[in-house]
Design a protein around this ligand. Structure first.
Ligand SMILES: [Zn+2]
Length: 162
């Protein structure tokens, strides 16, 4: 008699914690103080965002530095298909943003009222907006076109940083 495996469809929910290790300071400062921290190489002075504990060029330690909350879009796209966690936000932008003073770019969400591609094209200026209820996660903040900043921080669930 041939073997036939019987399969049952089910869900598994797992509660878990994981440590953010050397990157923890970035998330703690984001959550508690609405600061965006990068790191500065102690040898070449390159400013890393997202922060790296050691410079990826020199392999020496980097120090924490606070960065400005404004920057410019390097490259972007508009998201129409996403996971359940973000489906309510569709359509939204995702972009590599180079914060003013940083040497590298951070991949982060870009929200805009009436989002159209021209609002998030390369070279567009953006500013960080923070959730009032922060958890120490990347989703604690996002960027908006600079011209929409005041509108966003006046919404009840959001606030400005610096
Ligand atoms: Zn370096």
């Amino acid at each position: 008699m041939d073997f036939q495996a019987h399969e049952i469809r089910d869900k598994i929910q797992i509660n878990y914690k994981y440590s953010l290790g050397g990157q923890s300071k970035f998330f703690i400062e984001l959550m508690k103080n609405k600061k965006i921290l990068g790191t500065k190489c102690t040898k070449c002075g390159r400013i890393w965002m997202p922060p790296r504990i050691n410079c990826s060029e020199c392999y020496v330690p980097a120090d924490w530095v606070e960065l400005k909350q404004t920057g410019v879009i390097d490259v972007s796209t508009i998201v129409w298909y996403t996971t359940s966690a973000f489906v309510e936000n569709i359509p939204y932008g995702v972009a590599y943003v180079k914060l003013d003073g940083a040497d590298t770019s951070l991949l982060q969400g870009i929200f805009s009222e009436n989002l159209v591609p021209s609002k998030i094209k390369k070279g567009s200026r953006v500013k960080a907006v923070f959730k009032k209820e922060r958890e120490g996660k990347m989703t604690d903040f996002f960027f908006v076109p600079e011209g929409e900043y005041e509108n966003w921080i006046n919404k009840p669930e959001f606030e400005g940083g610096e």
